[in-house]
Write a new protein. Structure first.
Ligand code: NAD
Ligand code: LMR
Length: 328
C-alpha cells in the first residue's frame, strides 16, 4: 500500500485560477510524483455546479495521484483534516467600491475561513492566500485561527518573484534558470519592491550588469504593475501564471528550495529587517524540512530601505483599516 492521500483544499475552485490550478495539483506538480492527493473544493453556492463541471474534467484526466474530490459550500467541511489550504476565492473590487468596502467584503470571507481552519485543519496544515488583497486577507484569516502557528500562514509573492526573474533574464539575455537570489519585499501590490541587490546571474552579481536607471524606470515598475498590464491585455487578471506561482510556492515550501538560491514569500514577520512583527510581508526565504526561514544578514542600502519601508507602510495602513473595521 502506498502513502495515504494528502487533503488539499482550494477555495474559489470554480474561478479562473482554480481552473488552471486543480489539474496541476492532481498531476503531482505541487506535492511531487509520490504523493496522492484528495481535493476539497470550496465554492459559494451559486458556483457549485461549475465546480462540479471542473471535477468531472478532473475525473476524465484519470490522474493516478488523484484519490478523490469533494465539493462543498461549507467551509468547516472543506477544511476539515486539510493539510494544504489554498485560499484563492476572494471578493473582486467592483466599480464604485472603496478600499474599506473591499476589505470589509473580504473580511466576510477570510474570517470564517480562518475559524474553520482553526477548528478542523490537520496539525501539519500549511496555508497560502492568493485572493487579493492577499497579504491582508492572510492577516485577517490568521487572526481568527489562534491555534495555528504563525509559520503556517503565507501570502503569495511568488508570481511577483517569477515576473522579476524573467525581466532580469530578458535584460541580460540569460536563461531564466541562471537568475538566483531575487527578492520581492512588501505587499503584493504596486508598492512591492522587487530587489536585485543580491541577485546573481550564473553566479555573478546582477547588479554589476544593470544600471540604476533601468532598475528604477523600467524593471521595478514593470514587475510591480504587471498585474494591471495583464488585466489590460487579457481583459481578466492573471490566472495560469498565478496558478503556476501557487504550485511553485507550495512545492518549494514542502519539498525545499534549491541549494544556493532563495525565493520570495509573504510570511508573518518576526521583526526581521525592521518589518513590524505580525505583518504578512514579502521576504527572501529558503525552505528545508517543510518550513520557511528568512534569509538573514542581507545588507539593505538606503534605496532599498526606502522602497521596503514604503510598501510596509501600505501593509500597516491596511492593518489599521481592518482593525478599525473590527476584522482583526
Ligand atoms: P475568479 O473571479 O475567476 O474566481 C474567484 C472564485 O472565488 C469564484 O468562482 C467565486 O465564486 C469564488 N468565491 C468567492 N467567494 C468565495 C468564498 N467565500 N468561498 C469560496 N469561494 C468563493 O477570480 P480569479 O481570477 O480566480 O482570482 C482569484 C483571486 O486571486 C482574486 O482575488 C485575484 O485578484 C487574486 N489574484 C492574486 C494573485 C497573487 O499573485 N496573489 C494573482 C492573480 C490573482
Ligand atoms: C496579479 O498580480 O496578476 C493580480 O494580483 C492582479 C489582480 O489585481 O488580480
Amino acid at each position: 500500500m502506498g502513502p495515504s492521500p494528502v487533503k488539499v483544499t482550494v477555495t474559489g475552485a470554480a474561478g479562473q485560477i482554480g481552473y488552471a490550478l486543480l489539474f496541476r495539483i492532481a498531476s503531482g506538480a505541487m506535492l511531487g510524483p509520490d504523493t496522492p492527493v484528495r481535493l476539497s473544493l470550496l465554492e459559494i453556492t451559486p458556483a457549485l455546479k461549475a465546480a462540479e463541471g471542473t471535477a468531472m474534467e478532473l475525473d476524465d484526466c484519470a490522474f493516478p495521484l488523484l484519490a478523490g474530490i469533494d465539493i462543498t459550500d461549507d467551509a468547516r467541511s472543506a477544511f476539515d483534516g486539510t493539510s494544504v489550504a489554498l485560499l484563492v476565492g476572494a471578493r473582486p473590487r467592483t466599480a464604485g467600491m472603496e478600499r474599506g468596502d473591499l476589505l470589509e467584503a473580504n473580511g466576510g470571507i477570510f474570517k470564517p475561513q480562518g475559524e474553520a481552519i482553526n477548528a478542523g485543519a490537520a496539525d501539519d496544515v500549511r496555508i497560502l492566500v492568493v485572493g487579493n488583497p492577499a497579504n491582508t486577507n492572510a492577516l485577517i484569516a490568521r487572526t481568527h485561527a489562534p491555534d495555528v502557528p504563525a509559520d503556517r500562514w503565507t501570502a503569495m509573492m511568488r508570481l511577483d518573484h517569477n515576473r522579476a526573474l524573467t525581466q532580469v533574464a530578458r535584460r541580460l539575455d540569460a536563461p531564466v534558470a541562471d537568475i538566483t537570489r531575487m527578492t520581492v519585499w512588501g505587499n503584493h501590490s504596486a508598492t512591492q519592491y522587487p530587489d536585485v541587490s543580491n541577485a546573481r546571474v550564473a553566479g555573478t552579481p546582477v547588479r554589476d550588469r544593470v544600471d540604476q536607471e533601468w532598475l528604477e524606470s523600467t524593471f521595478i515598475p514593470t514587475v510591480a504593475k504587471r498585474g494591471a498590464a495583464i488585466i489590460d491585455a487579457r481583459g481578466a487578471s492573471s490566472a495560469a501564471s498565478a496558478a503556476n506561482a501557487a504550485i511553485d510556492h507550495v512545492h518549494d515550501w514542502v519539498l525545499g528550495t534549491r541549494d544556493g538560491d532563495w525565493v520570495s514569500a509573504g510570511i508573518v514577520s518576526d521583526g526581521s529587517y525592521g518589518i513590524p512583527e505580525g505583518l504578512v510581508a514579502g521576504f527572501p526565504v529558503t525552505s528545508s524540512g517543510g518550513s520557511f526561514q528568512v534569509v538573514q544578514g542581507l545588507e539593505i542600502d538606503d534605496f532599498s530601505r526606502r522602497r521596503i519601508d514604503a510598501s510596509v507602510a501600505e501593509l500597516a495602513d491596511e492593518q489599521a483599516a481592518i482593525r478599525s473595521l473590527g476584522l482583526i
